[in-house]
Design a protein around this ligand. Structure first.
Ligand code: DX5
Ligand code: ZN
Length: 250
């Protein structure tokens, strides 16, 4: 699975969102949009009307990260609006199977996010319902926080789980390793404090989708920052043991 970079517009200028989206469109894979409700996290950002407005202008697919209470009620609408990926928090969902299925049914990739203190093991049985696991590498709520190294152990553990799972799901003789149910690969995203100082550790531990807010929009040239982060992550992935297990001989 190739490295993907998802710049977070939380660190962009909210009054110029369309321009800020454009600034990374040649370089990035996704546009990460942080929806916060001031209940699940102590911060309030934007909601569905702003996402709908952004979708009209954004060329990149939108990666919605919902840091909200009651995602079971609100998440499907983001997929119906046209987001390419919708991620809900395990700590907030009361009916995750139903909600993750509704997200997929509306045509988006389904994501399950875990806070730094939430273990992955209780969610192993849910992996069949998800297209991406998001491991928070800061407590959610704000951009520009310090990366939490303690989460790297969980990244390794989750990568091992995904490798085993994806391999066992692969039909005999199927050429592409790493495919989950529905023929989709389960991606592993990290979010929070991802920068030129931390991205290599994340990639080595097994992440393949990298959210970066301040490291991209705090840079003079956001597109260049994305390219540099990608190069670093690709180099680190190439030397990581887990990528050899996923792509033997690569
Ligand atoms: C934090 C958000 C992140 C945030 C990351 O709760 O989920 O997406 O934008 O910002 P940085 O990269 O600055 O830590
Ligand atoms: Zn986020």
């Amino acid at each position: 699975m190739a490295v993907q970079i998802s710049p977070s517009i939380l660190s962009a200028d909210f009054a110029r969102l369309a321009d800020e989206a454009k600034a990374v469109e040649e370089a990035a894979d996704w546009l990460h949009v942080d929806v916060m409700d001031n209940h699940f996290v102590p911060n309030l950002t934007l909601g569905l009307p702003v996402v709908e407005a952004l979708l009209k202008h954004a060329v990149l697919p939108v990666d919605c990260h919902l840091m909200i209470e009651d995602p079971d009620r609100y998440a499907p609408a983001y997929a119906e609006a046209g987001a390419g990926s919708v991620t809900i928090h395990a700590e907030a969902a009361k009916a995750p199977v139903r909600t993750l299925r509704a997200i997929r049914a509306a045509g988006a990739r389904s994501g399950l996010a875990l806070n730094p203190g939430t273990a992955i093991q209780p969610y192993e049985d849910l992996l069949g319902e998800v297209d991406m696991v998001l491991l928070m590498t800061v407590e959610p709520g704000f951009g520009g926080q310090k990366f939490l190294d303690m989460v790297l152990q969980k990244v390794r553990r989750t990568r091992a789980m995904l490798t085993a799972r994806n391999a066992s799901r692969r039909p005999a003789g199927y050429p592409e390793p790493g495919l989950g149910e529905q023929g989709r690969e389960i991606w592993l995203q990290v979010d929070g404090g991802v920068s030129d100082e931390t991205i290599e550790r994340c990639a080595e531990a097994g992440a393949d989708v990298f959210v970066a807010g301040s490291a991209v929009y705090g840079a003079q040239d956001p597109a260049r920052a994305v390219r540099e982060l990608r190069e670093q992550a690709e180099r680190a992935t190439a030397r990581a043991a887990w990528s050899g297990a996923v792509n033997p001989g690569a």
